[in-house]
Design a protein around this ligand. Structure first.
Ligand SMILES: Nc1ncnc2c1ncn2[C@@H]1O[C@H](COP(=O)(O)OP(=O)(O)OP(=O)(O)O)[C@@H](O)[C@H]1O
Ligand SMILES: [Mg+2]
Length: 344
């Protein structure tokens, strides 16, 4: 059983339910008659979980009501450049969405397993990965995908299908397969009974374009392109547009892209200039947008593994300035999901 726990304070609950930083008193009045929260120990304040946030957001009068998604919204964190913050933002957005009341599944598609390691999964153990499901499809064998889903944080509806090195083998098998770009979509369909319980499916991809990552991206409703605000950023986005064009050619479906700018630094003028360049480069292109939330460069994110053990910033400091940014980003992603679902 995991020692990571998802309890958070009322201040975080206030942000997650739309009452905002100054709304704690109003939130307190709202939850007066609701059965939410518990006292983790005798002398501590009341603490809350994602399930409490869900109860509040489903009750009348909540300023940020929970939306019902008919199908899971599948989002691929992808960018054709390494080390830009895909895994970091995927993990924190996953935790933020689960803390705000959703059922979230993260799928690690990177053989390096950074996301799985961030959530304390022992990838040296015998684990099931999404690669087992894809290989099963190729050889006509079913796997128990439900058993592959791990829950790394107690009392949080945040599932994770971890990764390990064997995904390299899966990728090699896929290279020879017919319709390889459709395999991930087929897996999502085949295991619909297990997957339909989730509101969000977040896929963390490796930096390279492999058959596996290409297929994972092709299965998504939207690409969340995490872009580091550095010199090469805009150039690398050209590769992304080429990939989307290739996908469109194959499937006839044009994937929308939302850029998430990462590592804004007040003291580095070029980060602001790059942000402006990115906003300008997508202006007027349909189905391409940039989030209004920009994630700052913050040492606490780089060091999140060391904050009280292996842990995300959202678990440790949800109401810190960058924690608040992650919550705002999750709320933007929620709003985008509603638009995507309307178009299905
Ligand atoms: N906003 C930020 N501020 C400071 N450090 C950050 C920020 N975002 C990410 N990092 C750090 O940058 C490094 C790369 O981040 P991360 O692993 O999330 O990138 P990635 O795009 O998933 O990389 P890869 O392409 O290898 O999968 C990590 O050490 C991470 O902690
Ligand atoms: Mg990564």
């Amino acid at each position: 059983m995991s020692s990571r726990s998802a309890y958070f304070k009322r201040r975080a609950l206030s942000l997650l339910t739309g009452y905002g930083v100054d709304g704690e008193q109003r939130l307190a009045r709202h939850i007066n008659k609701l059965d939410v929260g518990k006292f983790p120990s005798e002398n501590s304040n009341k603490a809350y979980t994602g399930q409490d946030a869900r109860i509040i957001r489903e009750s009348p009068g909540c300023p940020w009501p929970l939306v019902r998604l008919d199908e899971p919204e599948v989002l691929a964190f992808f960018y054709s450049k390494g080390g830009v913050g895909k895994t970091t933002i995927c993990a924190n957005v996953g935790v933020a969405l689960a803390m705000s009341g959703y059922k979230v599944l993260m799928i690690d598609v990177d053989p390096q397993a950074s996301l799985s390691l961030l959530f304390d999964i022992d990838v040296e153990q015998d684990i099931l990965t999404i690669g087992d499901a894809i290989e099963g499809l190729l050889i006509g064998k079913n796997v128990d995908l439900g058993a592959a889903i791990q829950y790394p944080i107690q009392a949080l509806d945040l599932g994770l299908i971890p990764a390990d090195q064997r995904l390299v083998r899966t990728d090699m098998m896929m290279v020879q397969a017919q319709y390889r770009e459709q395999l991930f979509t087929k897996v999502l369909r085949r295991y619909q009974d297990v997957l339909s319980q989730f509101d969000f499916i977040l896929i963390d991809t490796p930096p390279s374009v492999s058959s596996l990552s290409f297929s994972a991206v092709a299965s998504s409703d939207r690409i969340l392109a995490v872009v580091e605000l550095a010199n090469m950023a805009v150039k690398a986005s050209g590769n992304l547009f080429a990939l989307v064009a290739e996908l469109e050619e194959g499937s006839g479906k044009r994937l929308p892209i939302t850029f998430i700018p990462n590592m804004l630094h007040g003291g580095k003028q070029y980060t602001r200039e790059t942000l402006e360049a990115i906003r300008a480069s997508v202006a007027g292109i349909s189905d391409v947008s940039v989030t209004s939330t920009v994630i700052p460069e913050y040492i606490g994110l780089a060091r999140q593994k060391y904050l009280g053990g292996q842990c995300t910033l959202m678990e440790q400091q949800p109401t810190s300035p960058v924690g608040i940014k992650m919550i705002e980003l999750a709320q933007e992603i929620e709003a985008i999901a509603v638009i995507d679902q309307g178009e299905k």
